[in-house]
Design a binder for this molecule. Structure first.
Ligand SMILES: *[C@@H]1O[C@H](CO)[C@@H](O)[C@H](O)[C@H]1NC(C)=O
Ligand SMILES: *[C@@H]1O[C@H](CO)[C@@H](O)[C@H](O)[C@H]1NC(C)=O
Ligand SMILES: *[C@@H]1O[C@H](CO)[C@@H](O)[C@H](O)[C@H]1NC(C)=O
Ligand SMILES: *[C@@H]1O[C@H](CO)[C@@H](O)[C@H](O)[C@H]1NC(C)=O
Ligand SMILES: *[C@@H]1O[C@H](CO)[C@@H](O)[C@H](O)[C@H]1NC(C)=O
Ligand SMILES: *[C@@H]1O[C@H](CO)[C@@H](O)[C@H](O)[C@H]1NC(C)=O
Ligand SMILES: *[C@@H]1O[C@H](CO)[C@@H](O)[C@H](O)[C@H]1NC(C)=O
Length: 596
C-alpha cells in the first residue's frame, strides 16, 4: 500500500518534524488478491459492528520446541518419553518481553485494551470496525458464506506500524477466509436394515441371540477377563459390519478392559455435535456385553460448548462409542467446543490452548474434523501446528482422521491439483487413513492422503517417502508437492461401523471412524505402559516410522481417487493412502515395552 519512496519520505519527515514518529509508518502485513470461492462480497462493514480479533505474537523459539519434541519422542534418545513440564513447554512459545512490550505499547496508544493468554502468545481484542479500520489502516467488509449463509467481517489487506514488525506474527481473522464451520469427515451413513424400523429397542433386545454374528466373535465377547489365547480370526460379518469385536480380532486387541491406570482419551468435537450416554449404554449392551454397562464418558466444555444428550448426532456418537468400545476401562472425555458461528478454526485454537494450559493434559486427543490445507492461512497453520508440537512434547498423542475425499481432500470435490488436508499435514500430529475388509485388508477409496504444500517433509519420513516417490515414478506428476510432509501416517478400518444414535443402530463410514479406533489402541497401550510404571507414548510418529513400523500391517491394495485421477496407489511400506499400515496391538505392545 505504501510505496518505498513514500516510506522514506515519512521517515524523513518524522525526523524533521519530531512527529509522527518513525514507528507510525504502516507496512502491509498480510494481503490477499481475491475473495476465495464460497464467499461473496456484501458491502462495507458497519462502522459500529463489533470485531473480535486475535493477535498472534511472534513465538520466542519454535525451533527449540521442535527439537525438544523430537528429543522426547524418538526411541533410543536419553530423554525418550521424559516429557516436558508445562513451564518448560511454555517457555518455547511465550513471546519475548520486547515483543509483548512493542505490541502492548501500540495498542495502548490506540486506546485498545487486550486480553492476554496465560502464556502471552495471544492477545484478544474486541473493538468496533471503525476503530479496527484506523488501527490497521484498512477497510473491513462483510462477506457471505454460500454454504451456511453466515456473514463474516474480513479485509483483503491490513497494515501494522513498523514498531511491531518482527513482534506481531499475524492478526486473526483479518484476511483469513476459513469456512465458518469445521468439516467433519464426510460420514457415509447407511441405516442398518435390522434396526431401521420403529420399536427398535425391543427388537434389538429380542434379537440379541440371533445377532451374535454381528458381534463377530461370541467367544471373545462372552469371556472375561482375557484368556491368553492366540489371535482370533475375525468373523466374516466384519467384512460388511464393523463392531468393537471385529476391531479386536483384526487388530489383535485383547478383549480385557484397561485397568483404569489413569490412561485417558479426549475427543474434540465441534458444531454442536452431541453424544447420548443412553446410546453408549445400548451400544455396550449390544456390542461389548463384557464391559460394565455403567461405563460412561465425561463432558468438557470449551467456548461455551454443550453436549445435548437429547440431540445425539452421528459423529459424536461414533467417536464416543468407538473410543470407549475399543478402550473399555479408559477414561473418555468428550470435549464440546462451542461455535461462535463466524469462524471455523478459532475453536481449534481454543481447544488446543485450553488443553495446553492444563498441568496434566490428556494422554490421547482425537479429532474427526478438519480443513483443506489451502483454506487455512499459513501463519495460522504454523501457529496451530506449533501448538500440537507443544502438546506432544507434554506427552499427548494427537490423532486426526485424514479426511474422506481421497486426493481431493476433506470431502470429495472438483479439483485440478490434489488437495492436502489440515491438521493432518502438520508433521507433529498422527494422521489416520482408512481401510476395510481383511485377509487382506485394503485401502478405502475415500482415504484422504497426499503431501503438504505448507509443511516440509519431516526427518522421520526421509527414508520411506523418497522410496515411495521412486516407485511412483511420473504418476500424478505436477499434481502434488513432492517436498511436502506426506500423510497419513497410519490407517484403520473406516467402513460400516455399527453406531447407536437415538436408540437406533446405523452404519457409519469415514476416517472419522479410523481416528477413534487408533486413539483406543494408543490408550490401551498407555494403560499397559502405566501398569509397568512407564510414561505415556506422546507424539507417536518417530516411533511409528522406526521400530514400530514392523508392528503394523502393511496395506498394499487399492488407491484413493479424486480430482479426476486414480489418486495414489498403495504400495509396500509407506504410501499416501494408508501410511505405514494398520495397528497390530500385540506387536505394538511388544515394541512399546522394549522401547520405553
Ligand atoms: C449501528 O448503527 C446503526 C445506525 O446508526 C444502528 O441502527 C445499529 O443498531 C447500530 N448497531 C450496533 C451494533 O450498535
Ligand atoms: C485515546 O484516548 C485519548 C483520551 O480520551 C484521546 O485523547 C486520544 O485521541 C485517543 N487516541 C486514539 C488513537 O484514539
Ligand atoms: C465464543 O463464545 C464463548 C461463550 O460466549 C466465549 O467464551 C469465547 O471467548 C468466544 N470466542 C471468541 C473467539 O470470541
Ligand atoms: C436439547 O435438544 C432438544 C431437542 O432438540 C431441545 O428441545 C432442547 O432445548 C435442547 N437443550 C438445550 C439445553 O439446548
Ligand atoms: C477410573 O477411575 C476413576 C477414579 O477412580 C473413576 O472416577 C473413573 O470413572 C474410572 N473410569 C473408568 C472408565 O472406569
Ligand atoms: C464436479 O463438477 C461437475 C460439473 O460441474 C458436477 O456435475 C459434479 O457434481 C461436481 N462434483 C463434485 C464432487 O463437486
Ligand atoms: C511445496 O512444499 C514446500 C514445503 O515443503 C513449500 O515451501 C512450497 O511452497 C510448496 N510449493 C508449492 C507450489 O506449494
Amino acid at each position: 500500500m505504501i510505496a518505498a519512496g513514500l516510506l522514506l519520505f515519512s521517515l524523513f519527515s518524522s525526523l524533521a518534524l519530531g512527529q509522527p514518529t518513525a514507528h507510525d509508518v504502516f507496512h502491509v502485513h498480510e494481503k490477499r488478491s481475491d475473495v476465495p470461492n464460497g464467499f461473496k462480497y456484501v458491502g462495507k462493514a458497519a462502522p459500529n459492528a463489533t470485531l473480535d480479533l486475535r493477535i498472534a505474537l511472534v513465538q520466542s523459539d519454535p525451533a527449540g520446541l521442535e527439537a525438544a519434541l523430537y528429543d522426547v519422542s524418538t526411541p533410543g534418545n536419553k530423554n525418550y518419553r521424559k516429557h516436558l513440564t508445562k513451564a518448560q513447554a511454555d517457555a518455547f512459545i511465550a513471546p519475548k518481553p520486547e515483543s509483548v512490550q512493542a505490541v502492548t505499547t501500540w495498542l495502548a496508544k490506540n486506546n485498545v485494551t487486550a486480553q492476554t493468554s496465560a502464556t502471552g502468545e495471544w492477545m484478544k481484542i474486541r473493538i468496533p470496525v471503525s476503530q479496527a479500520n484506523a488501527l490497521l489502516d484498512t477497510q473491513f467488509n462483510e462477506y457471505s458464506h454460500d454454504e451456511t449463509g453466515l456473514t463474516v467481517l474480513r479485509t483483503m489487506s491490513y497494515s501494522v506500524p513498523a514498531s511491531v514488525k518482527g513482534h506481531l506474527d499475524f492478526i486473526y481473522p483479518a484476511t483469513a477466509f476459513v469456512a465458518p464451520r469445521p468439516v467433519p469427515a464426510e460420514l457415509q451413513i447407511m441405516q442398518s436394515r435390522e434396526t431401521s424400523t420403529h420399536g427398535i429397542s425391543k427388537r434389538a433386545r429380542g434379537n440379541r441371540k440371533s445377532r451374535t454374528t454381528l458381534n463377530a466373535i461370541p467367544a471373545m465377547t462372552t469371556s472375561k477377563p482375557a484368556q491368553a489365547t492366540g489371535p482370533v480370526s475375525p468373523d466374516d460379518s466384519c467384512k460388511t459390519k464393523i463392531t468393537p469385536a471385529c476391531l479386536q480380532a483384526i487388530y489383535n486387541i485383547p478383549p480385557d478392559s484397561a485397568l483404569n491406570t489413569s490412561s485417558n482419551i479426549f475427543v474434540a468435537s465441534f458444531v454442536g455435535e452431541s453424544a447420548d450416554p443412553a446410546d453408549l449404554k445400548k451400544f455396550l449392551g449390544e456390542f461389548r456385553p463384557d464391559v460394565s454397562q455403567g461405563t460412561t464418558f465425561r463432558v468438557k466444555a470449551v467456548d461455551g460448548g454443550t453436549n445435548n444428550a437429547s440431540k445425539a448426532t452421528i459423529e459424536a456418537s461414533l467417536d464416543v462409542q468407538y473410543t470407549v468400545g475399543v478402550a473399555a476401562g479408559v477414561d473418555t472425555t468428550f470435549v464440546s467446543v462451542g461455535s461462535n458461528n463466524t469462524d471455523g478454526i478459532a475453536g481449534f485454537l481454543d481447544v488446543i490452548n485450553d488443553l495446553i494450559s492444563q498441568e496434566e493434559p490428556p494422554f490421547v486427543l482425537t479429532t474427526s474434523f478438519g480443513f483443506n490445507e489451502k483454506d487455512v492461512p499459513v501463519g495460522l497453520a504454523n501457529n496451530l501446528c506449533n501448538a500440537y508440537a507443544k502438546l506432544g512434547a507434554r506427552g499427548t498423542t494427537i490423532i486426526f482422521g485424514s479426511g474422506d475425499g481421497g486426493v481431493a481432500g476433506i470431502q470429495n470435490q472438483n479439483c485440478t491439483t490434489f488437495v492436502p488436508t489440515f491438521p493432518s499435514s502438520c508433521p507433529f500430529v498422527t494422521s489416520v487413513g482408512g481401510t476395510n475388509s481383511f485377509g487382506p485388508e485394503v485401502a478405502v477409496s475415500f482415504s484422504a492422503g497426499g503431501f503438504s504444500n505448507v509443511f516440509a517433509r519431516p526427518k522421520y519420513q526421509d527414508d520411506v517417502v523418497p522410496a515411495y516417490l521412486k516407485t511412483l515414478g511420473s504418476t500424478n506428476k505436477g499434481l502434488f508437492n513432492a517436498s511436502g510432509r506426506g500423510f497419513p501416517d497410519i490407517a484403520a478400518q473406516a467402513k460400516s461401523f455399527q453406531v447407536v444414535r437415538g436408540g437406533q443402530t446405523i452404519s457409519v463410514s469415514g476416517t472419522s471412524a479410523a481416528g477413534p479406533t487408533v486413539a483406543g489402541v494408543v490408550a490401551l497401550l498407555n494403560d499397559a505402559v502405566f501398569q509397568d510404571g512407564g510414561q505415556p507414548l506422546g507424539f507417536l510418529n518417530p516411533l511409528l516410522y522406526s521400530s514400530a513400523a514392523s508392528a503394523l500391517n502393511d496395506i498394499t491394495q487399492s488407491n484413493n481417487p479424486g480430482c479426476g485421477t486414480d489418486g495414489f496407489p498403495t504400495s509396500e511400506g509407506w504410501d499416501p493412502v494408508t501410511g505405514l499400515g494398520t495397528p497390530d496391538f500385540a506387536k505394538l505392545l511388544d515394541v512399546v515395552k522394549k522401547s520405553s
